[in-house]
Design a protein around this ligand. Structure first.
Ligand SMILES: Nc1ncnc2c1ncn2[C@@H]1O[C@H](COP(=O)(O)OP(=O)(O)OP(=O)(O)O)[C@@H](O)[C@H]1O
Ligand SMILES: [Mg+2]
Length: 320
């Protein structure tokens, strides 16, 4: 018996994009391998190259150089074939406003070569699944942001794609709709759906993704499970201090004098301090703050997040 090793469902090799007129690479020699069954996260700030990466993988953006395959299909050589294997939920509402909710699904099926009867039943089934049956014949205009997002997810999986690409799917959603969408993605993944999720919400990447690639300036700076990424910082405590006085001096002194402090930065009316393995930390922080001429108004501690990882890697915040 011959075993054929199956390649990862997404593979990129030295994939690059330079937009016309730009003097930098929006995506810079990207090597990526996403396995079937993963929720894989691209986490990065504005302009990191997340949408451009997803755009090249979904045939919307033409690469400048390098290669990319989705479900074994070279997306540059065979874009039409590749499209059969991918589902896309983009950053903006791309539902057809001329059509009802149901028609948006039905015609998607027809466009993908699915017959009329199976397209009808699949549209019904997906509306039911996403609790949208009541809205089947409504205009797209009648939908809230969260409902529109659910219709787009329903449409994206209509043709049972090998990979679902979701670009900042919860941007602009209220917290409740965001949680509902997270649940939908987790359910889909539990059924085996591979998902590539791009986001600049660290909580989203942390909660949903098995592995996360941290991106900036078109490059992957780190790639691992959220746990390993957080552990890799060596930081175990984040101290957030709200204080009066000269915060520049405070920040500098805390970094120099608190044992285990690895990083300090100014935040709104205070300082955030990253610390690795310090004892008697809070007492020490308060003592040093007072010695620096600051009065502490509020003090809290937290565990490191993917934001901590990003700050450690780049010296800047994920959100600007
Ligand atoms: N169509 C375009 N033409 C020229 N430059 C572009 C185009 N699209 C993106 N860029 C540039 O390429 C870089 C990467 O942008 P991209 O949209 O891929 O980032 P992103 O990570 O998706 O950011 P965001 O979080 O803002 O969506 C940025 O510097 C952006 O200005
Ligand atoms: Mg984007």
């Amino acid at each position: 018996m011959t075993l054929i090793a199956r390649e990862p469902v997404i593979v990129t090799e030295q994939l690059c994009k330079r937009y016309i007129g730009a003097d930098f690479l929006a995506v810079d020699h990207l090597d990526l391998a996403v396995e079937a069954g993963e929720i894989f996260g691209l986490l990065g700030p504005n302009g990191a190259g997340k949408t451009t990466t997803a755009g090249m993988l979904t045939t919307r953006v033409v690469p400048t150089s390098g290669r990319a395959r989705v479900a074994g299909v070279d997306v540059l050589a065979h874009p039409a074939l590749a499209k059969q294997f991918l589902g896309v939920v983009s950053q903006s509402n791309t539902l057809d406003r001329q059509l009802t909710v149901w028609e948006n699904l039905y015609f998607h099926g027809r466009l993908f070569g699915i017959g009329a009867a199976p397209s009808r039943s699949r549209a019904d089934e997906l509306l039911e699944r996403f609790q949208l049956t009541k809205w089947a014949h409504a205009s797209v205009y009648a939908l809230s942001g969260g409902m529109a997002q659910r219709v787009m997810v329903a449409r994206s999986i209509f043709h049972r794609p090998a990979v679902l690409f979701m670009d900042e799917p919860t941007a602009g959603l209220d917290p409740q709709s965001r949680l509902a969408l997270w649940q939908i993605l987790q359910d889909l993944n539990a059924e085996g759906q591979t998902i590539l999720l791009s986001t600049h919400y660290m909580e989203e990447a942390d909660q949903l993704c098995g592995r996360v690639a941290i991106m900036d300036h078109g490059r992957i700076l780190a790639l691992d499970t959220p746990e390993n990424l957080k552990r890799s910082t060596g930081v175990d405590t984040i101290v957030t201090l709200k204080a009066t006085g000269d915060l520049d001096v405070l920040s500098k002194n805390l970094l120099e004098r608190v044992a285990g402090a690895t990083h300090a930065r100014l935040i709104d009316q205070g300082v955030e301090l990253h610390v690795a393995g310090a004892e008697q930390l809070l007492a020490r922080v308060i003592t040093e703050a007072e010695a620096s001429g600051s009065r502490v108004q509020d003090l809290s501690v937290a565990e490191p997040s993917l934001e901590t990882v990003f700050i450690n890697l780049t010296g800047k915040e994920l959100r600007d």
